[in-house]
Design a protein around this ligand. Structure first.
Ligand code: GRF
Length: 192
């Protein structure tokens, strides 16, 4: 059994989707949730689904060795980032090479980097009159949104689309693809 942890600080819709997808999985177990915000939706989902969670206080958010210890104690094989807004400490990245996976709601390298999260991404896409957007699932390295790309999925953006409409389309891609792509990486299957 491969054990995964999900780091999340937002509403937790991807987290919830992952919880359902892996619930009865025979080779992958979502066994821990980590957040920096005890009041976020992700922690509510952890509680509702009775999955153990850790809330990192300000003292520990950047403490790579503390987080590595927590991962070791829980026997974690892969770290999944689903809307985790804090920087991942370098020690943790070095300890888990190609084992930390993030999802970004745009087609990187476009619309990535500092400040590019949530609606800011979709607003920029609409403002620039892009005709496509999508998701990027990638490994995490020391540079924000610059790790090796694992998969990208596109969706058409109509000239009449509001940023809310783009967000909805992109979210549908996240829900459809994120669990499958993670599964393929972990089980070393062809990436869909
Ligand atoms: C998603 O759009 C994801 O792509 C990004 O953060 C958002 C998290 O949303 N990294 P949620 O908390 O899963 O609803």
């Amino acid at each position: 059994m491969k054990r995964i942890v999900v780091f999340a600080s937002g509403t937790g819709s991807n987290l919830e989707n992952l919880i359902h997808y892996y619930k009865a999985h025979t080779s992958i177990e979502l066994c821990l949730i980590v957040s920096n915000n005890e009041h976020c939706g992700a922690i509510e989902k952890a509680k509702a689904n009775k999955i153990p969670f850790i809330v990192l206080g300000t003292k520990h958010i950047n403490d790579g060795n503390f987080i590595i210890q927590a991962m070791k104690i829980n026997g974690i094989d892969y770290i999944i980032l689903a809307g985790y807004l804090k920087m991942i400490p370098k020690e943790l990245i070095l300890h888990y090479p190609n084992k930390i996976i993030n999802i970004h709601p745009a087609l990187l390298p476009k619309y990535g980097g500092k400040g590019m999260y949530g609606n800011a991404v979709h607003k920029a896409v609409v403002l620039n009159k892009e005709s496509v957007s999508g998701i990027t699932i990638h490994y995490v390295n020391e540079h924000y949104d610059k790790g090796k790309i694992i998969a990208q999925k596109e969706v058409k953006v109509e000239s009449t689309d509001t940023f809310e409409a783009v967000e909805k389309k992109v979210r549908a891609l996240e829900i459809l693809w994120f669990p499958q792509v993670i599964e393929s990486v972990i089980l070393e299957k062809q990436i869909p």
